[in-house]
Design a protein around this ligand. Structure first.
Ligand SMILES: [Zn+2]
Length: 335
């Protein structure tokens, strides 16, 4: 009996196992290379593409350093490789005073002034050039799938009028953890220019306890790690191939002056709503409309789709448009 073939078989098996191990560790290495690390608040200014840009974050990816910049005039964010811009570090106070006359800082100051009650602080109304509204859809943590019908209805109602359809999505980290397929579905809609999305930071965990009074609930819950809630959400968006805007929405729309000041110091603009449809609030021109897109609020979605249909003739005549949140605020806050 020859035992040699058995050895050969064993040898091949071991070799195959080694190859599998090596390639697995290579792909793990590649994955780690794409990981975003050292994601931090960092304030600076610099020129990029002949424009004065404010830097609000820095991070590392694939061994390289990047900044998140915001154009103070049109409130748009962008990712800038650190070797393509020369920056000078600034404090947040310096930004507030040096850039006080820009749309970005004016919007921030206005949001701060509108922190009078526990509910719905921040900017609650937009200022479109023509009749129209800004649609914000909140994606709070949920085990239910994304209400895709909102998006397909918007695309079909607006297809001849506005393409891509501008939508603002307030997203939580926990929604991203459990909705990978929905996110790639949204990414396809963005890539094919059916929709354009302004990503609003809605915090990572969005804690809510129905038994706790509102002044200690949501982000006002004792021991909340605001740094984690804000930065991990931005990081998770980046890891899904999206870029956060400078807009922020308080979970439950609940905040007080202290938390408002802290959120603003991250360079963010809190956005409320003057038309939370599920609460029966009516839409007016310039409204920042709020509906939930996480399967928890069928009422608001039905209302919005009904409204789209009743306004169909105005939509067709371009009298009723959806406005990009950034554009709608830029109109008002630009000097
Ligand atoms: Zn929410």
């Amino acid at each position: 009996m020859c035992i040699f073939p058995n050895y050969r078989y064993l040898f091949l098996k071991v070799l195959a196992a080694i190859i599998v191990l090596i390639s697995a560790s290579f792909s793990l290495f590649a994955q780690n290379q794409n990981e975003i690390s050292n994601y931090k608040v960092y304030f600076a200014e610099g020129d990029f593409n002949n424009k004065n840009i404010l830097v609000i974050r820095k991070f590392e990816q694939s061994g390289k350093q990047f900044y998140v910049g915001v154009d103070p005039d049109n409130i748009e964010t962008q990712i800038i490789p650190s070797n393509q811009i020369l920056v000078v570090a600034l404090s947040w106070q310096q930004i507030l005073s040096n850039y006080y006359n820009t749309a970005y800082i004016r919007a921030i100051q206005t949001a701060k002034k509108q922190s009078l009650s526990l509910q719905n602080s921040g900017i609650v109304h937009g200022f479109p050039k023509e009749k129209g509204v800004t649609l914000t859809i909140d994606l709070c943590p949920s085990n239910k799938p994304l209400d895709r019908i909102i998006f397909t209805s918007l695309i079909s109602e607006f297809q001849k009028i506005e393409k891509p359809v501008p939508i603002a999505l307030s997203i939580t980290g926990r929604f991203m953890l459990t909705h990978a397929e929905d996110l790639s579905w949204l990414k396809d809609l963005i890539d094919s220019a059916e929709i354009s999305v302004t990503w609003i930071n809605h915090t990572y965990n969005h804690h809510f306890n129905p038994k706790t009074p509102l002044n200690q609930n949501f982000l006002l819950e004792p021991n909340t790690d605001l740094n984690f809630e804000i930065l991990e959400t931005e990081k998770a968006l980046l890891q899904h191939g999206f870029l956060a805007s400078v807009f922020f929405r308080f979970p439950g729309l609940i905040s007080d002056n202290i938390i408002m000041d802290k959120v603003v110091e991250f360079g963010l603009i809190p956005i409320g709503s003057d038309a939370w449809l599920a609460k029966g609030q009516a839409i007016h021109s310039g409204s920042i409309v709020l509906i939930h897109g996480n399967g928890n609020e069928p009422l608001g979605i039905k209302d919005f789709i009904r409204l789209l249909q009743t306004e169909k003739s105005s939509v067709m005549k371009k009298e009723w448009l959806l406005y990009d949140l950034r554009e709608s605020l830029e109109n008002e806050f630009h000097e």
